[in-house]
Design a protein around this ligand. Structure first.
Ligand SMILES: Nc1ncnc2c1ncn2[C@@H]1O[C@H](COP(=O)(O)OP(=O)(O)OP(=O)(O)O)[C@@H](O)[C@H]1O
Length: 204
């Protein structure tokens, strides 16, 4: 997949804010080909915001992001046309991305029986698996996964965990924000702490 091109993702002293509120600051990490990191933190600490900054979808307040390799983002939006049958919705991106045929991903994720079902009729877990199929088809070396296990049953959690492990074993990078434990060997971790501003009372 990655060939001989280097695959890296790093952040240096990253800080992000939403509106007037600083969510976190001073986040640094560096991932290379074959490495994965589990990002944890309480609701609202800024995991999704960090992923969006890493993907270039939002500008960090300060700090920097560097990457070598294409990004594949999985979040709560599948990017699949809700009115199209699943098979056609996936094929649309196949043509745009000039990526591989979706059959492998469909079989792996148990989606083959759902190809004629409009995306809007898919259940939460089916939609999540459809988003993963689109991600697999894209073949991007750097995966940014925002809660990839939410809404999945036990069997699907195993399948998706195995897919992430395969991706890393194939030389990819995965950064995974998840409230759930991840059974992936060698996983690094990054805990985002809630930022508490320190106010200096300058009154006499
Ligand atoms: N568009 C927005 N405008 C203003 N504030 C926002 C916006 N989107 C998110 N926020 C706020 O930014 C903070 C961080 O949100 P974010 O979704 O990054 O957290 P999270 O760690 O991913 O949370 P969760 O674990 O619940 O998914 C939250 O307090 C949220 O209310």
């Amino acid at each position: 997949m990655q060939g001989s091109r280097p695959v890296t993702l790093s952040a240096h002293a990253l800080a992000c804010r939403r509106g007037d509120r600083l969510l976190f600051r001073g986040l640094s990490f560096a991932l290379e080909s074959g490495e994965a990191m589990h990002v944890t933190g309480a609701n609202g600490t800024g995991k999704t915001t960090m992923i969006r900054a890493l993907a270039g979808l939002t500008t960090p307040y300060s700090g920097s992001v560097e990457r070598a390799g294409d990004i594949g983002l999985l979040d709560e939006r599948t990017g699949l046309d809700p009115d199209l049958p699943l098979g056609k919705a996936l094929s649309f991106w196949q043509r745009i991305d000039a990526c591989s045929a979706p059959s492998h991903a469909l079989a792996t994720l148990g989606l083959a029986p759902l190809l004629d079902v409009p995306v809007r009729y898919l259940s939460t877990g089916q939609r999540k698996r459809a988003g993963l199929a689109a991600l697999l088809n894209r073949g991007s070396p750097i995966w940014l996964l925002d809660e990839p296990l939410s809404g999945l049953d036990a069997a699907a959690i195993k399948q998706v965990t195995a897919l992430i492990a395969d991706h890393i074993a194939g030389g990819g990078i995965a950064l995974i924000a998840s409230h759930q434990p991840l059974a992936i060997a060698g996983l690094q971790s990054l805990a985002i702490e809630k930022f508490t501003p320190v106010y200096q009372d300058e009154r006499p």
